[in-house]
Design a protein around this ligand. Structure first.
Ligand SMILES: [Zn+2]
Ligand SMILES: [Zn+2]
Length: 331
């Protein structure tokens, strides 16, 4: 497509040179969507927004059900901290508010930006999976490193107090709390998700927005699951040892320190920002060994968690007490 083309007069002209007999079912639906809406900017904006809403809330539903079923308590990382329906509803309202006021306009500007960077949107067929898989892996690594640094910056006193504190409202997070954050945080951390694809596209010019949707879907799954508060024996981190998962991020919320990355454990390992977390895991393992039965272990684990949370409250107060010129305390 010629990027200098004027506003689309008719969607039909988009597919004038497309051989529809060679398309698969999804590609046909894709083209039908663009033809039906008739305006690619509107079609991309609407599809992106709907995808985000459906994937985000759709992924939260199983966690809401799991929270309501006592059977799953044995895998809850902070077993005594089950979110109440009221808490979940308050959180949902806040998240929806920010989706409509912050994310909707951001998504709206995405189409022109994507085209400026040379990303395919309405075009079919889609690229092959051999191209998509390495692209998505690159976005995962890029986002993880970006988030690691940006998240640490958000723990710096002034930024914490005015921005990141909102996300830390829940010391025991739940799925819906993944996007519970200040609008500035949504923009800062969200840019790590968007910047990878845009930068890649700028240099390589072979990215389709469909690949980006695959990436966004996986990234939303990662974010919601990391906040779920559950670590099952079949959780991804037990299959891929460098995957962070809920167990990694739950500690960040409980203890207010360590574990700043999103998807992987590498960054925190290399930077040494996971020492307290590993100490904690070692103490949990020792408690398990030392306790005579499940009940005794559960009681001791609760005590340890309360102690970690109290340390977290102290670390948070220190971060908030930071004044320019005063000595920064590591959180
Ligand atoms: Zn944080
Ligand atoms: Zn979080």
């Amino acid at each position: 497509m010629n990027s200098t083309a004027p506003a689309y007069e008719s969607a039909d002209v988009l597919y004038a040179n497309t051989d529809f007999s060679k398309l698969n079912w999804l590609e046909t639906q894709w083209a039908a969507w663009y033809l039906w809406i008739g305006n690619p900017i509107l079609a991309t904006g609407l599809m992106s927004f709907l995808l985000h809403e459906i994937v985000y809330f759709g992924r939260c539903v199983p966690w809401i059900i799991i929270d309501a079923m006592p059977y799953f308590r044995k895998w809850k990382l902070q077993p005594n901290k089950i979110p109440t329906p009221q808490e979940q509803w308050e959180c949902t309202k806040q998240v929806l508010y920010s989706h409509f006021t912050i994310e909707l306009p951001m998504i709206w500007f995405f189409h022109p930006m994507a085209e400026m960077f040379g990303m395919s949107t309405w075009q079919v067929p889609f690229p092959s999976w051999k191209l998509m898989v390495p692209q998505v892996l690159f976005f995962f690594v890029f986002e993880d490193i970006f988030h690691f640094y940006a998240h640490q910056a958000l723990h710096w006193g002034p930024l914490y107090k005015h921005i990141h504190k909102i996300h830390h409202k829940y010391p025991a997070p739940f799925g819906l709390a993944a996007e519970y954050a200040h609008p500035a945080e949504v923009m800062i951390l969200g840019s790590g998700t968007i910047a990878g694809p845009l930068l890649y596209c700028f240099f390589r010019r072979d990215l389709h927005i469909f690949t980006m949707y695959v990436w966004i879907t996986l990234r939303l799954f990662q974010a919601v699951d990391a906040h779920s508060g559950y670590d099952f024996p079949w959780s991804l981190q037990h299959i891929i040892p460098f995957w962070a998962g809920a167990e990694h991020h739950d500690f960040h919320h409980m203890a207010f320190m360590n574990n700043f990355a999103t998807s992987f454990r590498w960054c925190d390992r290399l930077a040494g920002t996971d020492t307290k977390y590993h100490e904690y895991r070692a103490r949990v393992a020792a408690l398990k060994k030392a306790s005579a039965n499940k009940e005794e272990f559960a009681a001791m684990e609760l005590k340890l968690n309360a102690q970690m949370e109290a340390e977290g409250v102290k670390a948070e107060a220190e971060a908030e007490a930071y004044r320019y010129g005063s000595k920064a305390k590591a959180a």
